[in-house]
Design a protein around this ligand. Structure first.
Ligand SMILES: Cc1cc2nc3c(=O)[nH]c(=O)nc-3n(C[C@H](O)[C@H](O)[C@H](O)COP(=O)(O)OP(=O)(O)OC[C@H]3O[C@@H](n4cnc5c(N)ncnc54)[C@H](O)[C@@H]3O)c2cc1C
Length: 468
């Protein structure tokens, strides 16, 4: 047995949409020869990237009123990479569907705020335009049916809405890697030499250790060469909420804990034709409820996600309870940070209400008020709890600031990267992969190259190429 058989240049832990996107970018656009992807499930994207576990939205920042202009600029660039990938490789719309989308303002105050927002954002999003009551009625009649005609409404509208099956997107990335491997075997591709990309499913990483200039990765599986321990020069941990636990095990991320927010959904038949977002409440850190047609079935509208705080690292997996407490820590700093976040009256009452939404009988009766903000005439009989849907957003608690850091987080260590990916982590998967690829090339040193020009020529929209 050769000692190099379990030695890699890069090990990626987690084959969600982010780990899969990175495997794709490394194998297509770098000359890194030995890559391993380690995943505890039997296939890619079975946790938050699973099709039923998220809102299936490609977030650009145009209708997300919880984003600042600065955040929208970043997310727009990132989402454009995914959009270009879909346009290039998913012309048949197996992975995604196109729907129109809008953000709806109800009442004079919201209408005014949305108008101001339009002026601030219109240069960044030229395809977004304001529409009035009559135009709303034409595209989404159910928004106005049963609504008080005296209350002013307006919306920002665009045809550029994408619903994405991130589970299929992850699979597509890995299929491309496999195709490239197969081609390489037949063509003896000189540029990449003897590239190996091992994808190991049903392989749980149990422990990471740094020994000298390599990482030792302990798994629960023996491979064909009877090796349980894998050695890698560099590591990217793309394990969702588990990334923070791994970071802490190596002495990183001590200032962080996680507030894990489960999101459930309700469903209704043909309530909307496209995506309808509502205005964000400034007092709440969680995104407002929206209505979205299912990616593969436009006749089903999903309302959600709710925001239920749970002490778990993965939804519906009670076995992750112990790990949650290890991640959060029971330090005074952690307790004070959670108290500072949750004891705000608006946040606390919102969280309590969100707990109730999952309960049988009463949940639907409470949630319908949220759904009626979008479709006022929706009835209890039309609304159905989407059982088994919804993942868990690992929101980052910054224990130094005693508050939430919204969005994704990246912790950098010695030749190791940890990605923690609440929403919009799926929309930004290729951007995260691009950033990580650049870092990995630096970690690995001379002789390694990232063909960023080709990456952007393939996936960058013209605006992206210019701004890079
Ligand atoms: C309710 C909800 C709605 C959302 N809506 C949207 C949306 O509309 N748009 C959007 O962009 N984002 C959305 N998100 C966020 C999005 O789902 C995530 O950002 C994205 O799926 C994260 O991908 P990931 O690959 O980082 O993590 P995951 O998909 O969770 O993958 C992590 C992988 O790591 C594996 N893993 C963990 N531990 C180990 C281990 N020890 N060994 C081996 N493997 C391990 C897991 O099995 C899993 O496959 C939403 C999330 C939720 C919960």
């Amino acid at each position: 047995m050769s000692p190099t058989q379990t030695q890699y240049d890069v090990a990626i832990i987690g084959a969600g949409v982010c780990g899969s996107a990175l495997t794709y970018v490394l194998s297509q656009y770098t000359n890194i020869e030995r890559i391993v992807l380690l995943e505890k499930c039997s296939d890619a994207a079975q946790v938050n990237s699973r099709v039923y576990n998220n809102s299936q939205t490609l977030h650009f920042g145009d209708i997300e009123t919880n984003y600042t202009l600065q955040k929208a600029e970043k997310v727009n660039r990132a989402a454009s990479l995914v959009k270009q990938y879909l346009l290039k490789y998913d012309a048949q719309q197996i992975i995604h569907s196109r729907y129109h989308k809008m953000v709806l303002a109800v009442g004079a105050e919201q209408v005014h705020t949305l108008q101001q927002r339009y002026h601030e954002f219109k240069t960044l999003f030229p395809a977004l335009w304001p529409i009035d009551r009559a135009e709303i009625d034409m595209v989404e009649p159910n928004i106005l049916k049963g609504r008080d005609p005296k209350i002013p409404v307006s919306a920002l509208f665009t045809e550029e809405g994408y619903a994405v099956d991130y589970q299929k997107l992850a699979r597509s990335f890995l299929d491309q890697v496999q195709q490239q491997q197969a081609q390489q075997q037949t063509q003896q591709d000189n540029e990449v030499g003897d590239r190996t990309v091992d994808m190991r499913f049903d392989t749980r990483v149990q422990k990471l250790e740094k020994v000298g200039d390599r990482y030792r990765i302990f798994t629960d599986q023996r491979d064909q060469t009877d090796q349980q321990v894998i050695s890698a020069k560099t590591v990217v941990v793309a394990a969702g909420a588990y990334s923070l636990l791994f970071a802490k095990s190596l002495g990183y991320g001590h200032d962080y804990a996680l507030l894990c927010v489960a999101g459930s959904f309700y469903r209704a038949q043909s309530a909307l034709n496209g995506k309808v977002y509502t205005m964000q409440s400034k007092k709440l850190p969680f995104a407002a409820i929206h209505g979205d047609p299912e990616v593969h079935d436009p006749t089903i509208t999903r309302f959600g996600p709710t925001a239920k705080v749970l002490p778990l690292l993965e939804r519906y997996r009670l076995s992750t309870l112990g790990d949650y407490f290890k991640t959060a820590g029971l330090s005074l700093a952690a307790v004070l940070s959670f108290a500072a976040i949750l004891l705000d009256f608006t946040v606390f009452s919102y969280i309590c209400r969100n707990f109730l939404y999952d309960l049988p009988f009463i949940g639907k009766r409470l949630f319908i008020k949220e759904a009626r903000r979008i479709v006022p005439s929706i009835t209890l009989a039309q609304l159905e709890y989407a059982k088994g849907y919804g993942g868990l957003r690992p929101q980052i608690v910054n224990m130094k600031k005693r508050g939430l850091d919204m969005g994704e987080a990246k912790l950098l260590g010695d030749r190791i990267i940890f990605n923690i990916t609440p929403s919009p982590g799926a929309s930004t998967c290729l951007q995260t992969a691009e950033d990580d690829t650049e870092r990995l090339i630096t970690f690995l040193g001379g002789g390694y190259r990232f063909d960023k020009a080709r990456f952007l020529a393939d996936l960058g929209s013209p605006a992206v190429v210019v701004s890079s």
